[in-house]
Design a protein. Structure first.
Ligand SMILES: Cc1ncc(COP(=O)(O)O)c(C=O)c1O
Length: 399
């Protein structure tokens, strides 16, 4: 058996379910989950209706899908990425854009492509982080090196204590901007500093931008925008990942992209051809339509804004919070230990939240997730308001 599998941690939600398994919530309160980052807004009808075209769908099922993607989808992705990132040179749909089955599998696959497991390599990643990065790095034969994302650095990764020796061994850096769980956005300057490091030490930057379209006021910059605005039109070593899951409320479609450096993507495509991760053709057609439409994305953003306002307003006197620049999360401090807090919330209010410690690792005696919880405002407005009211009503018991 693959011994690397022994190094994988249980998923945060498994830990949460174990934590609260013995707790009996009040009988009269239905469970409200703010734990899972799964969008709950209705998938857009105009996209779902595409699946009513029986002939087209039948053709789709009768075809082996091309791993590289159908030209229509590659073009739609290239056009979205070029437009959204104000690129000086548009993305070449033929060599710089590949459809993927959601960012999750692609963020995993990029490690299998970028890491040279024949030497002692490390993969840098934020801490707290999306757990796939860690498993991907381990299964690719490298060692995760956690980069703290704390309040003192605006919850963005602080690379200052990464030594030159570590940069030399680094083949892959994961960043997540907007970040999960904090919603923090890396600045163009910070992205460019990382690109300059990659010039010096030659590693791939995998930028997970799956929350990029859910923002409060201005669109967050992406890695390719940073590269372009420093005159880097070959996007060397830069790969950006995004999907329709959060942008278009289509987490079940499993549709996203990897976009950027053609040389890296050529190797990525080779890996994917063997791995067998092509997207079903009918899903590619629908995805192409989704990437070309912005109206539904704007409406979706408005719904999140409404929820942040309602939720934070109800709690402002007991548990004040600030909306992050982007994402659908809140990442507040807890008045008691985060895991105890999560347990009490279930026991008294039947509201499920994710303890911060489950999203991060302890490094040198410090776990940057301790003392915080992640709240995902994914439920409908009324349900989010109900959760906030319940928390407010029992706040005195959460001390
Ligand atoms: C930071 C981050 N990256 C990637 C994903 C995966 O999303 P998908 O595979 O649906 O694109 C998630 C899902 O919650 C996430 O939070």
């Amino acid at each position: 058996m693959n011994s690397f599998l022994d190094q994988l941690h249980p998923y945060p939600f498994e830990k949460l379910n174990a934590l609260i398994s013995d707790i009996n919530p009040p009988d009269d309160l239905a469970n409200i989950s703010l734990a899972l980052g799964e969008p709950k807004h209705r998938a857009p009808d105009f996209l779902i209706e595409q699946f009513a075209d029986i002939d087209a769908i039948s053709k789709g099922f009768g075809t082996y899908p091309p791993t590289k993607g159908i030209p229509e989808l590659r073009e739609a992705i290239a056009s979205f990425v070029s437009r959204r990132n104000n690129l000086n040179r548009a993305i070449d749909p033929d060599t710089e854009a590949i459809p993927v089955n959601g960012t999750r599998e692609a963020l995993f696959a990029i490690a299998q492509t970028a890491v040279n497991s024949s030497s002692d390599q490390i993969a840098l990643m934020p801490n707290p982080f999306y757990q796939i990065y860690e498993g991907a790095a381990i299964l690719a034969g490298s060692t995760p090196r956690f980069v703290p994302c704390t309040e003192s650095n605006g919850f963005n990764p602080d690379f200052s204590d990464v030594s030159d020796e570590e940069w030399q061994r680094c083949s892959l850096v994961y960043i997540c901007t907007p970040g999960n769980p904090s919603g923090a956005v890396m600045s163009i300057a910070d992205l460019q500093a990382l690109i300059k490091k990659s010039d010096e030490f030659d590693f791939v930057i995998a930028s997970d931008e799956c929350y990029s379209e859910i923002y409060a006021s201005s669109p967050p910059p992406g890695l390719l925008e940073a590269a372009s605005s420093m005159g880097r039109d070959d996007y060397k070593n830069c790969i950006t990942f995004n999907s329709l899951s959060k942008r278009s409320n289509l987490p079940g479609l499993r549709s996203g992209y990897a976009c950027g450096d053609a040389a890296v993507l050529e190797r990525f495509l080779l890996y994917r051809t063997y791995h067998g991760s092509a997207m079903a053709v009918q899903n590619q057609w629908v995805s192409a339509i989704a990437w070309q439409d912005e109206a539904h994305v704007g409406s979706n953003r408005k719904l999140y804004t409404e929820k942040y306002e309602v939720f934070m307003d109800i709690l402002k006197d007991v548990w004040p919070m600030k909306r992050p620049e982007a994402s659908f999360y809140l990442w507040p401090k807890t008045p008691i230990a985060d895991d105890e807090f999560a347990k009490k919330l279930i026991a008294y209010a039947n509201v499920k939240v994710l303890p911060g410690r489950y999203l991060s690792r302890e490094v040198d005696g410090t776990n940057p997730g301790v003392g915080r919880v992640r709240l995902a405002l994914v439920a409908e407005v009324d349900e989010c308001a109900e959760a906030a009211n319940r928390i407010k009503a029992i706040w005195h018991k959460l001390q």
